[in-house]
Ligand binder design. Structure first.
Ligand code: MG
Length: 312
């Protein structure tokens, strides 16, 4: 474990450090509460052993500040054990009230300290597993299971923030809605398994085109999402009308270039898309309004023969 030891008395700090190191732990020493708060933020320790009486900032105040900092983070809770001169029940109650998880007497026999540290190692391992699992869950909740693109719910959340910023800054805003041409016929002809593969490939092509637009500065912060069954959305904040049209064109090409056979797609013989592109020079009205425009353009692209982009 990485242990932050907060202790102003040099002699006690030296003995504790030597013991903890002999149990195989890494020890970071802080000689008062203020330094402890700083080192906690930098080092992200697995455990904090905190003295109470110290100059500059005492253990109660330092614990308070660490807990306040943790409250701003997700899933953060570092175990804090107070180091006390004696193990009275009054000390225990004070420690817990102050945000500590337990307390240790500084005069604890070495084997007892060793045993307590073993228990803390188990908790630290569990905490690491939990936070990894939580990160994974958080990631999964944002993504569409089939294509790995953002799902509709996450897109709506991101959109809200992007749209607010665009309204405030009076910046441009573009939306592409993309639909795979004759996808029902594709599924009927090739089967749903192949249909799923097709969705994955189109999603990847869309994602790559978006990343390339971001990296070549055609836009900034563009992102893609699976909008519905075979419908995808590309959100393009901060782009000129030319850039937006160029992105739409490159997405259309990227899917064609996949060359996925589609015997039931007019005379083209490959998978193609219809794209509706809505663009505002200056964000205004509502996000629903710009989506309606994109939807109307998509409808027009289909009516005009598919495999094309229509702008509005
Ligand atoms: Mg002290």
């Amino acid at each position: 474990m990485k242990i932050l030891l907060v202790e102003d008395a040099r002699a006690i700090a030296t003995v504790m450090t030597a013991r903890l190191q002999s149990f195989g732990h890494e020890v970071i020493l802080a000689e008062n509460g203020k330094i402890a708060v700083e080192k906690y933020q930098k080092a992200n320790p697995d455990l904090i052993l905190m003295d109470i009486e110290m100059p500059i900032m005492n253990g109660f105040e330092a614990t308070n500040q660490i807990r306040e900092h943790e409250a701003t983070l997700q899933w953060a809770w570092t175990p804090i054990l107070f180091l006390t001169a004696s193990d009275t029940s009054e000390n225990l109650i004070t420690a817990i009230e102050a945000g500590a998880d337990d307390f240790l007497s500084k005069t604890l026999p070495e084997p007892v300290l060793h045993a307590k540290m073993k228990a803390m190692v188990r908790i630290a391992a569990l905490r690491q597993k939990l936070s990894a699992a939580n990160r994974k869950l958080h990631e999964l909740a944002m993504r569409d299971g089939l294509t790995g693109l953002f799902n509709r719910r996450h897109m709506d959340m991101l959109l809200d923030a992007e749209w607010k910023t665009a309204l405030q800054k009076r910046s441009p805003f573009g939306i592409l809605l993309l639909d795979i041409d004759n996808f029902k016929k594709y599924n009927d002809h090739y089967g749903h398994q192949t249909g799923d593969d097709c969705l994955r490939k189109v999603a990847q092509a869309l994602h790559n085109a978006t990343e390339s637009a971001n990296s070549t500065r055609l836009t900034q912060g563009a992102f893609t999402a699976r909008y519905g069954g075979e419908e995808f959305a590309l959100v393009i904040p901060n782009a000129s009308v030319d850039s937006c049209e160029s992105i739409a064109g490159s997405v259309l090409d990227a899917v064609r270039d996949l060359g996925i056979p589609h015997a039931k797609n007019a005379d083209w013989g490959i998978v193609t898309t219809s794209i509706g592109c809505a663009y505002l020079n200056v964000a205004s009205d509502t996000i629903a309004g710009i989506f309606r425009t994109a939807d109307t353009c998509l409808y027009r692209a289909k009516n005009n023969g598919r495999n094309r982009v229509e702008f509005g």
